[in-house]
Design a protein around this ligand. Structure first.
Ligand code: ADP
Ligand code: MG
Length: 467
């Protein structure tokens, strides 16, 4: 019966909703007869499911032919984390003298630590890499349907770090506020306790620091340092993909922090299950806490974000002008900010007040590009026709020059002419990695300089697509 419900819910809900709320539910094997007992991994999921989905679940259970007496109950699983959380034994070495981290919003990197400890010369300039951005606060974050869950969870964590939502895993496309939310938690933790050791870093930095520590024979210091944190925020963990040694190290760090009740927040551009080249055990562990999606903001939220950003910059943005921008820039918040910046710059430059007319002028190029409404589909069709290959060749794994080059051309056009992110473009080309798309864009760019043929081709295609 439950399987039937799952199948129906999967088709009724968005993948994000399904993954966040329904997938984590487990059937309780110790349920009474006449009872369908579902276990949520934590209270947060339980109360959300019971608010939003319970009535539908009850209907589906009935549809699936349950008897009238069958009851659906929802509980919270005896959390695996609770079992795992224990006091870390006092280390038998003297804790390293790490300067109080982040008391001034800047965390020493492990490289700093290595430098202090071993007196070796590590490249300077790393010191500020891990700073929390003080602009990224809860106060500056605009709530909307699209980010409601992520925001609620982040607020909870700021109140009660290391609690039920550990790790918090935030995923979603670029420019949707993942990094902002993560910093907001960090900033709030430090505001509450200026001595809190909060470390923010990009996953690539984690990898680089680890490699450096290995080279310097300082991997134990590296570990100790990470394990001394109160909260570890790692951004864009899709970059761990394929880096086995780092995953291994991260896995141990991760476990140690969870066991110590220290908070972990991770972000990623996709759902953990969908990260290729990531170890299974990591994927499953990421799901121990709470996984939430951030989605592109709806119109009202986009308007609210613009108004807020304008106010922060002491700029007078009339509502109709904000509305005009929000209606046209739909992809993500970063683009929205970019558009607003242009408008403000133009207003300053011309000395005119901001109104719809000024907005229209300022965004003319941007909007002209958008009005063409070039879609990836469209690009693929036109490119395939141009090079006399099949659209399916663009999706295929074939690597012969005759299809690989057109495929790269199509990818780079998709990047240039649409608002899609690299991962989305990769997805549209037979599920390729975003790095492949990036490589294609660079390749075509350099070929345009070297080869008149490519220059000619891309110019023609550009014209075909945009006029
Ligand atoms: P991501 O990490 O998801 O790519 P960021 O967190 O870097 O996105 O957000 C991109 C920009 O958009 C940042 O300047 C951030 O402050 C802003 N932003 C995103 N979402 C919101 C929001 N809900 N309210 C206010 N600003 C936002
Ligand atoms: Mg980010």
């Amino acid at each position: 019966i439950w399987n039937h419900c799952i199948t129906s819910l999967q088709s009724e809900l968005s993948p994000e909703q399904f993954n966040t709320w329904i997938r984590p539910l487990q059937l309780d094997s110790q349920a009474l007869a006449n009872e369908i007992s579902l276990l949520a991994p934590n209270q947060f999921i339980k109360s959300w499911v019971s608010d939003k989905f319970m009535s539908r679940i009850v209907e589906l259970v009935a549809e699936a032919g349950a008897t009238r007496e069958t009851k659906v109950v929802l509980g919270v699983a005896a959390n695996s984390l609770a079992r795992h959380r224990r006091v870390i034994p006092e280390p038998d070495f003297k804790p390293m003298a790490v300067a109080p981290v982040v008391s001034n919003h800047s965390a020493p990197t492990s490289s700093d630590m290595v430098r202090a400890d071993r007196d070796v010369d590590v490249e300077g300039g790393l010191k500020h890499q891990h700073r929390l951005n003080t602009q990224f606060t809860f106060q500056r974050f605009v709530e909307g349907k699209s980010n409601q869950l992520g925001l609620a969870a982040a607020r909870q964590i700021a109140e009660n770090p290391g609690g039920a939502y550990n790790p918090l895993f935030i995923y979603g496309g670029v420019g949707l506020g993942k990094t902002h939310l993560m910093h907001a938690v960090g900033n709030a933790l430090i505001e509450k306790n200026p001595n809190a050791k909060v470390l923010y870093l990009h996953s690539e930095r984690f990898v680089a620091d680890m490699v450096k520590a290995l080279q310097l024979n300082a991997i134990n210091d590296f570990k100790r340092y990470y394990r001394s944190l109160d909260a570890l925020l790692i951004d864009d963990i899709q970059f761990f993909a394929g880096k086995e040694r780092s995953q291994e190290e991260f896995f141990h760090t991760f476990n140690a922090l969870l066991e110590g009740g220290q908070q972990i927040i991770l972000t990623c551009d996709r759902y953990p299950r969908e990260i290729d080249g990531l170890e299974e055990r990591l994927k499953s562990r990421f799901g121990w806490g709470l996984t939430v999606a951030v989605e592109p903001p709806e119109l009202e939220t986009r308007v609210a974000i613009l108004m807020k950003k304008a106010t922060q910059q002491h700029v007078d943005l009339p509502h109709d002008a904000a509305f005009f921008i929000a209606q046209r820039i739909r992809s993500n918040v970063r683009e929205l900010e970019g558009a607003l910046k242009r408008v403000i710059a133009n207003a300053n430059f011309t000395g005119r007040p901001i109104d719809v007319e000024l907005v229209r002028e300022s965004l003319k190029d941007l909007l002209a590009l958008q009005d063409k409404q070039v879609s990836i589909d469209n690009i693929q069709r036109v490119v395939a026709e141009y090079y006399k290959i099949k659209v399916s060749d663009l999706h295929s794994k074939r690597r012969s020059r005759s299809v690989a080059r057109p495929r790269q051309v199509a990818m780079s056009l998709a990047k240039e002419l649409t608002n899609h992110s690299l991962p989305e473009i990769g997805e549209a080309f037979g599920g390729r990695d975003h790095t492949t798309v990036l490589h294609a864009c660079r390749k075509i760019k350099s070929l345009q300089e070297e080869s008149a043929d490519i220059r000619e081709d891309t110019k023609n295609l550009h014209r075909l697509l945009t006029t």
